[in-house]
Design a protein around this ligand. Structure first.
Ligand code: ADP
Ligand code: MG
Length: 686
């Protein structure tokens, strides 16, 4: 149970003065529903305002605070243009105050002949000096414009000042908490206690010390949760699955394992032979041959009389895995089945029955395979492919549900820096496939400006005229699948006009599973020459004859994502090409990022460099911090603080495994503060 002292923070925002249904709806758009969310809605910068007696040309472009007296109001006749209120400053200069909406409010707030304090950016418009949408205050009454004001991420309808007031009210409710950070670390970093730091992070966004402490808290909660998960998993017992080699010997492989595959298979088999459940992360770049490793792990389970399940993130991938496994296993008597949201009625029932009576050895599918209603006779091994949509809490559920937890193998091709491995998979042992199967020719990557799109399309024409196939990936227009789909449809239409309807296929996230599969199948069968797609093809899809990839709007993708996309080509023996089509304007960093893609195909190097390129001191936008799973900590914080937080968490658990002492109790509070409630349930009792 959450400690009572945190209750005021977990109350709904409506408890704050002045937060009614409308404000609460606006806050919700920022992901803020409770007081604690406001508390951690930290400013990203600060506005400095200059208090001046009068305007002058040297102040143009600056944000100023100025006392003025309005003398005339002018509205456009149609009512559609801006409302202008003319006012004179202390030197009899005329400043025009511009409002694009709500003329009534503008006139009421700036009555003719009365002094008002306005603040905003002073700009020149022809001969005129103007301030657009100034903040307005009555001298000596109500809140006055601040010389320094924190800047918050905003949403439509909520002003910065309002958010400032609301966060201040949230800070007001913050209790004093017993310290969970090691005193040594506190003094080394110059950190103050939690409540002080929260207040300071809002008030003094320019100095980073307070915010960094809060970031540490978040990372510490994450590391402690993962350590608890590991600790509790190590205490559990399960059935060892040593394998016999009997079935594996009958496997007909067209090639030899690479040394790296051999090594990681050894590590995995070693774990599975123990009665402590395996918790292993398998990292291997796109195309490094993880599927085969998974297969050999699953066969060891089957040889030991247990079942295995393989979870894929998408329907397309589940079907592809199923087809691959059937081809290899059906003839040697291993029974493989598939279960996704699409299997319904009779076929579904028969799969469920086969799982329950043990006549199915290996089940492949999407999330459906770990649903409540799916009962295995003897699930010994769970393999999770392309992990990023299967988070810590899902891992927790999977291991907690079973009386005898299955051995767990998580496979990912997302090249992430080591420190991020720590925060995302910190409870796991890690195996890495650091070698590609032989015979791959490197992918040539080129960056092309979108001005040359016509040339790109000509090139595509020559490529498919020679029997080649190609992917065309469309840009992420907005963060909505709908508009992405529209862009992809548009592009497909244009390419169809040029190359013929029957040669161009389209897949996007808004299509139904069977429709997507049908298009993919036609592409794999070489009926289609061009596959236009959104990022749904990002993971796993394997069509070796497709040796050309075109990515439109390349600068808008994350580098890890581009790397994944590029991994769709270069799968056969033919030479492959990846064209990154970029927009006409590109930032310095954008240029460097694309240059990096051209330079290297090493996913881990790309990940590390991308982190570095984002640059020190840059506070990540919500999207990017969301990517790494934190709301306060930036990628840079994680890089610096995760190793420290990790060893702090482990040390604490070694000294006080039940988290009973004062620091242990405080650490529990920290877990609750960051809503790692499930992890608290894992604390060893007694
Ligand atoms: P990923 O790690 O991206 O999942 P896959 O398992 O899909 O990679 O393997 C990519 C391709 O490499 C497949 O076509 C697979 O058959 C092939 N492959 C895997 N292992 C080897 C190997 N040892 N030698 C040659 N080809 C291999
Ligand atoms: Mg794969």
């Amino acid at each position: 149970m959450r400690p009572e002292i945190l209750n005021p923070l977990f109350a709904e925002v409506e408890v704050l003065k002045g937060v009614g249904p409308q404000v609460s709806k606006q806050l919700k758009k920022l992901g803020i529903t409770r007081v604690v969310d406001l508390l951690y809605h930290l400013p990203t910068g600060v506005i400095e305002r200059l208090k001046v007696p009068a305007a002058n040309a040297s102040l143009l472009g600056r944000t100023i605070i100025l006392e003025v007296t309005p003398f005339e109001t002018r509205e456009t006749r149609s009512g559609r243009g801006p409302t202008r209120v003319f006012a004179s400053d202390g030197d009899q200069n005329t400043i025009s105050l511009i409002f694009f909406n709500n003329p009534g409010w503008a006139k009421r707030s700036l009555p003719i002949g009365e002094r008002r304090i306005v603040s905003g950016k002073l700009e020149a418009y022809g001969e005129e000096w103007q301030v657009i949408h100034p903040d307005i205050a009555e001298p000596g009454q109500g809140p006055q414009p601040a010389v320094r004001e924190p800047v918050y991420p905003l949403t439509e309808g909520l002003t910065n000042r309002r958010l400032g007031e609301l966060t201040a009210a949230a800070v007001e409710r913050a209790p004093e908490l017993v310290e969970w950070i090691e005193p040594g670390l506190m003094s080394r970093e110059g950190w103050r206690q939690w409540r002080t730091s929260v207040a300071e992070a809002h008030r003094e966004p320019g100095s980073d010390t307070a915010r960094r402490r809060l970031a540490y808290d978040e990372i510490f909660a994450n590391q402690l949760a993962l350590s608890l998960l590991r600790q509790s998993s190590r205490r559990r017992r399960t059935v060892p699955l040593p394998g016999t080699g009997g079935i594996t010997a009958r496997l007909d492989l067209p090639y030899q394992l690479t040394d790296a595959q051999r090594r990681v298979v050894g590590e995995i088999h070693g774990d599975m032979a123990q009665s402590v459940p395996m918790l292993r992360l398998l990292q291997g770049d796109v195309g490094s041959g993880k599927t085969l490793v998974a297969l050999l792990a699953m066969l060891a389970a089957v040889e030991s009389g247990a079942q295995a399940a393989l979870l894929a993130p998408t329907e397309i991938l589940a079907r592809q895995h199923h087809a691959t496994l059937l081809k290899q296993l059906d003839s040697i008597g291993v029974r493989v089945a598939i279960l996704t949201g699409r299997e319904k009625g009779r076929p579904r029932d028969s799969v469920l029955m086969g799982l329950a009576d043990g006549s199915i050895d290996i089940l492949v599918g999407t999330h459906a395979i770990f649903q409540e209603k799916v009962a295995y006779r003897n699930l010994g091994l769970a393999v999770i492919d392309e992990q990023h949509r299967f988070g810590v809490s899902q891992r927790l559920l999977l291991s907690a549900k079973a009386e005898r937890p299955p051995h767990l193998l998580v496979m990912t091709a997302t090249p992430i820096p080591r420190t991020l491995t720590l925060t995302q998979y910190g409870e796991m042992d890690v195996s890495r496939i650091d070698e590609m199967p032989p015979g791959r020719s490197p992918i040539e990557t080129r960056v092309i400006s979108e001005e040359k799109l016509a040339d790109v399309i000509d090139g595509l024409g020559r490529h498919i005229a020679g029997g080649g196939q190609a992917y065309w990936v469309c840009p992420l227009v907005e963060e909505s699948e709908k508009s992405d789909a529209a862009a992809a449809e548009e592009r497909a239409r244009i390419l169809e006009l040029r190359f013929g309807t029957h040669r161009v296929g389209l897949v996007h996230g808004r299509m139904k599973g069977p429709d997507k599969d049908a298009v993919m199948a036609r592409f794999a069968a070489k009926e289609l020459a061009v596959l236009v797609a959104t990022t749904v093809i990002e993971v796993g899809v394997d069509v070796p004859n497709a040796t050309l990839m075109i990515v439109e709007g390349a600068e808008r993708f994350g580098l890890a994502q581009l790397h994944q996309l590029r991994g769709r080509v270069g799968r056969g023996s033919g030479k492959s090409t990846c064209l990154l089509v970029r927009g006409q304007t590109l930032t310095e960093v954008g240029r460097a990022r694309l240059a990096l893609m051209r330079e290297t195909s090493d996913g881990f190097r790309i990940a590390e460099e991308d982190l570095r390129l984002r640059g020190p001191g840059e506070i990540l936008g919500t999207k990017q911090s969301g990517e790494i799973g934190f709301r306060v900590a930036s990628a840079e914080d994680v890089a610096q603080l995760a190793p420290i937080a990790s060893s702090d968490a482990q040390l604490l658990l070694e000294r006080d495994g039940g988290l009973d002492g004062p620091r242990g109790q405080a650490a529990r509070t920290c877990l609750y503060l960051f809503e790692r409630d499930q992890a608290v349930g894992l604390i060893r009792s007694g």
